[in-house]
Design a protein around this ligand. Structure first.
Ligand code: XMP
Length: 510
């Protein structure tokens, strides 16, 4: 299997670059420039290396540099933005500060004919984001592209197969970016293009079958995409040797617990233990209204329940985790084994004895996890499940939590989701839900005065949930949801729509 090394110099697009490469069916792995040795690179037999961008200036003494011997390995290298500047600077060229001619945004780039630019028109729009620029190319290179302001938007040393581009091919604003990456992978690195996430999943299933059959494997199933796909993959590998423990804290969306149980136990025949611990969690949450305390109580209780169930099973050989590739990159840049200590579950249980941790999805991005889930037959409701906080509806009920409030919110939320699914607006939000505010307001029903709760509807559009825009839902959708919620859910007399973006607001209310 061909592999591309994405050598990370601190760029914000390192994951995007790797995903773009994998989209072309070539496996890419991200390693931080200071966490991989020359011999490791050599032994891994990479077909190509991509130097990422980065926030530094090459002249900054603290800026990241590469080991110059990397250029002698005979592996083709493509430097992007800072990566290109580094190739120029360390190769003896000059990088200058373009205070008055820095380029940011869509920029017209003129190219020369070259294998790197096959099927790219002579002029096309590329995404630039730089203040420094390559003012003198190093010996052995030639200029391949220019812009109005930039004398070297791309350069090549064909003899040594070293290439640098100032713009970002991984960003969709670079109209022919995919083609340029394709050209690097296939014209220059001669990759086979035979990598596929679904094929890999088959390989992992076969490998785990040999490795774990007859040994007990335990997994905490939440119903989220990652743990669901991990569960199915392991089930295909070891069947009844896998036990999934699904702790239902009673704060899931309406009917969701039953759906998860039905899917795994009945559709797939997974060995599943569902613990209906709703009353137990509610008991711990009585009179608690501080959001962080709610989170802490739920996290800790989750671990206790999981441990109790696991203890009944006895010694397990492997504890399975739904860690995915971005988790691995974030915590340790891929250098060491990562144990996912998600705030959902508050860390690993400490009374369960196990010999090994198994992370079947640790090499995959979220979209690849979804692809594998689809290939394994997981229902689309689970594959495309919107994010749902670990503490569940507890952080969507403002103030203290009671059974009645949970039921009220579940009903209102289900109606909102139903209305949205039926209307399927042009802009479908990335996350949407109802919140039970702690505010009572006056209403009228028939001739009677009511004094019910106010429900807030929230819908956001976002790429990464770090920032988010409130979604401009059609009035029709809001009107239907409001009418149905106030008519169908006793106790709710008013519905408002949250028009705050993040920042300054957060997605969740608590
Ligand atoms: P915020 O509210 O921080 O949410 O803007 C960003 C994303 O994170 C989810 N979220 C959580 N997920 N446990 C989780 O697993 C939590 O305690 C938690 N709080 C927020 C939220 O739903 C959104 O997708």
């Amino acid at each position: 299997m061909d592999k591309i090394l994405v050598l990370d110099f601190g760029g914000q697009y390192d994951q995007l670059i790797a995903r773009r490469v994998r989209e072309q069916h070539v496996y890419a792995e991200i390693r931080s420039f200071d966490r991989i040795s020359l011999s490791e690179i050599q032994n891994a037999a990479y077909q190509g290396i991509i130097f990422t961008g980065g926030p530094n200036s090459v002249y900054d003494p603290a800026s990241p540099h590469y080991d110059p011997k990397i250029l002698d390995l005979g592996i083709p290298i493509l430097g992007i933005c800072y990566g290109a500047q580094l190739l120029a600077y360390m190769g003896g060229g000059m990088v200058s500060n373009a205070e008055h001619s820095s380029e940011y945004g869509k920029t017209l780039v003129t190219i020369q004919e070259h294998d790197l630019f096959e099927n790219v028109p002579q002029e096309s729009v590329c995404w630039m984001s730089h203040t420094d620029f390559i003012s003198t190319i190093p010996e052995g290179f030639r200029v391949l592209a220019v812009t109005d302001k930039c004398p070297c938007a791309a350069m090549a040393d064909d003899a040594r197969q070293l290439y640098g581009i100032q713009f970002h091919p991984e960003v969709t604003h670079t109209v022919f970016g995919r083609q340029i990456l394709h050209n690097f992978l296939f014209n220059i690195c001669h990759c086979a293009g035979d990598w596929d996430a679904a094929d890999q999943a088959h390989r992992i299933i076969a490998q785990y079958r040999a490795q774990y059959a007859g040994k007990k494997v335990l997994l905490a199933l939440s119903g989220g995409v990652d743990s669901s796909v991990a569960a199915l993959l392991l089930h295909k590998a070891v069947g009844p040797d896998l036990t999934c423990v699904f702790v239902d804290h009673g704060l899931m969306r309406k009917d969701e617990g039953d759906f998860v149980e039905n899917t795994f136990r009945h559709t797939f025949g997974v060995n599943l233990i569902r613990v209906n611990a709703g009353d137990r969690f509610l008991g711990k949450l009585i009179s608690v209204s501080d959001p962080e305390t709610k989170r802490k109580i739920i996290g800790e209780e989750f671990i206790r329940v999981f441990e109790e169930e696991a203890r009944k099973i006895g010694h397990v050989h492997a504890l399975a985790q739904g860690t995915i590739y971005p988790d691995v990159i974030e915590s340790g840049k891929g250098a060491s084994a990562v144990i996912k200590s998600h705030h959902n579950v508050g860390g690993l249980p400490d009374v369960i004895s196990f010999d090994e941790i198994v992370e079947p999805l640790r090499d995959f991005f979220k979209d690849e996890v979804r692809q594998i889930g689809t290939m394994l037959g997981l229902p689309s409701e689970l594959v495309w499940r919107q994010p749902f906080p670990g503490p569940g509806l507890a952080v969507r009920i403002i103030g203290d939590i009671t059974k009645d409030k949970v039921a009220m919110l579940q009903d209102a939320d289900a109606i909102f989701r139903e209305v949205l699914a039926a209307a399927h607006p042009k802009e479908m939000p990335d996350q949407y839900f109802a919140v039970l505010t702690n505010t009572h307001t006056v209403g009228v029903m028939g001739d009677a005065r009511t004094y019910g709760y106010t429900v807030a509807l929230r819908a956001v559009s976002t790429d990464d949930f770090m920032t988010a825009e409130w979604t401009r839902l059609p009035y029709k959708v809001l009107e239907q949801a409001s009418n149905r919620i106030t008519n169908e859910v006793p106790g709710i007399s008013r519905v408002v729509y949250d028009i705050s973006s993040k920042p300054p607001a957060t997605v969740e209310w608590e």
